[in-house]
Write a protein that binds this ligand. Sequence first.
Ligand SMILES: NC(=O)c1ccc[n+]([C@@H]2O[C@H](COP(=O)([O-])OP(=O)(O)OC[C@H]3O[C@@H](n4cnc5c(N)ncnc54)[C@H](OP(=O)(O)O)[C@@H]3O)[C@@H](O)[C@H]2O)c1
Length: 277
Amino acid sequence: MSHSNSPPNPLTILITGASAGIGRITCQLLAKQKHRFILAARSKDKLSDLEAELRTAGVESLAVPTDVSDPRALEALVKAGVDRFGRIDVLINNAGIECFAALDELSVEDIVQTIETNLTGAILLTRLVVPVMRQNGFGRIINISSIAGKHGPAYGAVYGATKAGLIAFTQSLRGELSPAGILSTVICPGFATHGGIYDEIVKATGKKTPSLLGGTTAETVAAAIERAIRKAPPEIMLNFPAMRPVFLFRDIFPRLGEMLILATTLKFLKRAASIRK
Ligand SMILES: NC(=O)c1ccc[n+]([C@@H]2O[C@H](COP(=O)([O-])OP(=O)(O)OC[C@H]3O[C@@H](n4cnc5c(N)ncnc54)[C@H](OP(=O)(O)O)[C@@H]3O)[C@@H](O)[C@H]2O)c1
């Protein structure tokens, strides 16, 4: 399927949501291979801290404070990266916000901001980066979705919709861009410790996910991103216990599968939604 040129070394990696959680841990892991980074997020100070940390480790990076929900900021981000490094080899669409609440309790602004940050921003940024990757006949696009994209969570309708969108988006990119050597992977983590979203739920409610639902860690997600750069599989699902058999069961027996998923998740998700009140 792929006609990919061999990967350059070092790689030039553009990552959104680099200032915290999974994004920051991913940069720290990939920095061990001395790649070069274009770091994007809104928090200027946190990005500068990471830039300084990478410099100390002998790794070159460029911090570009960016709101991914702003199309003009995305143009400026890509321009700044290309002006500095001349290329972008890997794009990691990681920036994301959660939106756990009953649908009719969300404001229009909450809904629009979640969609623009999690989905529209990733699509528009990818659209800008693809022509840069085409010039070199090499590219990796890694979209950070969620288990919530595989089955829309109760009280997470908008979040789940954006994450499902990223899964379909990745499938389309693979069909369209693989012949040009640009390979895409979607990563679907379960609730991850050491990342913002899940940790906040646990802190606010004092409750972890039920053991049948389980979860993963930000470090595991970072390692999966590293694997996606090397091997470019279509999709990586990260959770313990494994969720793929559950979704297979749900696809064959939709009503029974839904009952099983709701029995495992509903109480926890209701509690997560209660944080907003
Ligand atoms: N942690 C989990 O349990 C979990 C599970 C499955 C999937 N995920 C996904 O993993 C990704 C990272 O999540 P995380 O847990 O690491 O969350 P996090 O610790 O809250 O980090 C989110 C990152 O996104 C950035 N961000 C948010 N809004 C942005 C915007 N408008 N423009 C630019 N950057 C923005 C934040 O930086 P600024 O605030 O500085 O902009 C931050 O760097 C998300 O896409 C999330 O949906 C997380």
